[in-house]
Design a protein around this ligand. Sequence first.
Ligand SMILES: NC(=O)c1ccc[n+]([C@@H]2O[C@H](COP(=O)([O-])OP(=O)(O)OC[C@H]3O[C@@H](n4cnc5c(N)ncnc54)[C@H](O)[C@@H]3O)[C@@H](O)[C@H]2O)c1
Ligand SMILES: [Zn+2]
Length: 364
Amino acid sequence: MSKVEIKHLKTEGHEVVFGRHSLAEMAELFSEDLYRDVKVFILVDENTLSSCLPAMISKIPGLEEAEVIEVGAGEETKNVEIVSRVWEVLTELGADRSSVLINLGGGVVTDFGGFVAGTFKRGIRFFNIPTSLLAMVDASIGGKTGINHSGLKNEIGLFNNPKSVYVDPEFLETLPRNHLLSGFAEMIKHALIFSPGYWKELLEVSLLDLYSLDDSIYRSIEIKNEIVSSDPFEMGRRKILNFGHTIGHALEAYSHESDTKTLLHGEAIAIGMVCESYISHKLTGLSAEQLKEISSFIFSLFSKVNLEGYTFHRLIELMRHDKKNRDERMNFTLLTEIGDAVFEVDTQADMVIDSLNYYQRWVG
Ligand SMILES: NC(=O)c1ccc[n+]([C@@H]2O[C@H](COP(=O)([O-])OP(=O)(O)OC[C@H]3O[C@@H](n4cnc5c(N)ncnc54)[C@H](O)[C@@H]3O)[C@@H](O)[C@H]2O)c1
Ligand SMILES: [Zn+2]
């Protein structure tokens, strides 16, 4: 796509505006009468405050006077005490029902900000400007917002759609490499569950050339949006987005509770996708060649994590308690082939352990 092109994707009640000039459109919006007497708040974390806010203001000069609310960077921000502090700040700064919140940041800021906006005075309007790859292709799309509670991830939250999402890939220039790769894991997932053609495209993408990623980012947004629109409240088909996540979430949680190296979400999902592709080969007909193709690609991007120090039965316990599962049964989303997934496949612990061993034995 040309670098000046702006794409619009209509979704349930709002739209995604995509492109390196997409914020120019937001600038027009905020110069309209509609927003003239409205108080605007911009939510940032400490990193997007320094790396993204100046660029955003230069693209949307009308927001120069907006109040900036800063939270700490990282998952710890998604907690109810910090939500409560931000509610207080909004009140002190005179926010009312007509106010607008702009979330400028990664998935933590868009999840947290969407929740604050959905609850303050029974809901105020909000916009997402995702700045991490993961937030662009995943967290800012689909209407899920929320915070962690009682040690459980995303335990409290609501489905709450923004007015619009503005995706400007230029923000990725300052994103640390490991976070770029973490977001790329979700793009790989989109290809595996939905589109063999997109999979072939991703095999050719270079993460060293950020410009070359633009089309793929847009394709991922389209895929996520299409799946979510067909099942906004996750009654069925949306569950295919959980591919790689049953094992991935357990690994991620384990890496936080044990003294092994902490895994980023996408790093854990990458391992989960290798393991769940192995299970797909055993249970749902994924061919041996495609299993190898998937594994080789993922190992070519993500360094292998040594799982020797991991206690496998604790991982199984974490999977059984995952909120995706009912009755402690382990339900997996699996592939039948690259580009096609099935959900709620009942899977036994032995099979999961075999898959972790498959990952662990990989030598390329
Ligand atoms: N709502 C959903 O559907 C959904 C889906 C997937 C993930 N999530 C949530 O998203 C969160 C993870 O998102 P994330 O990986 O974006 O984490 P994050 O928001 O913590 O961002 C990662 C790091 O990058 C920094 N950062 C972001 N953009 C930057 C930029 N342009 N330049 C420099 N630094 C930048 C952040 O400050 C942070 O340190 C999790 O809380 C997860 O639960 C939600
Ligand atoms: Zn994910």
